[in-house]
Ligand binder design. Structure first.
Ligand SMILES: [Zn+2]
Length: 87
């Protein structure tokens, strides 16, 4: 009989792991076992609870902003400036 014990990660999530997955958590897109681990971590860690609330607040606030697309010439200018800063 095959053992599936190793397929599930039973470790507690670290605060760093929580911070890396918070957007996916808030979007409700984590695998169920990771979501459970996240929920358990948040139940025990006030710092991460605060962080998750702050990220959720920012997400909700950004959704309230009007949708605006810059003109194509400005999109190109922004793209070139971004590339020059990050190459
Ligand atoms: Zn934490």
């Amino acid at each position: 009989m095959r053992s599936y014990e190793g397929r599930w990660d039973h470790r507690r999530l670290t605060c760093r792991e929580v911070s890396h997955q918070v957007s996916t958590y808030l979007d409700d897109c984590l695998p169920i076992h990771t979501q459970i681990r996240m929920t358990l971590h948040l139940a025990a860690c006030g710092h991460c609870r605060t962080y998750v609330k702050q990220v959720g607040f920012v997400q909700q606030t950004l959704l309230l902003l009007p949708k605006q697309n810059p003109a194509p010439i400005n999109q190109d200018l922004l793209r070139r400036r971004f590339s020059s800063l990050h190459t």
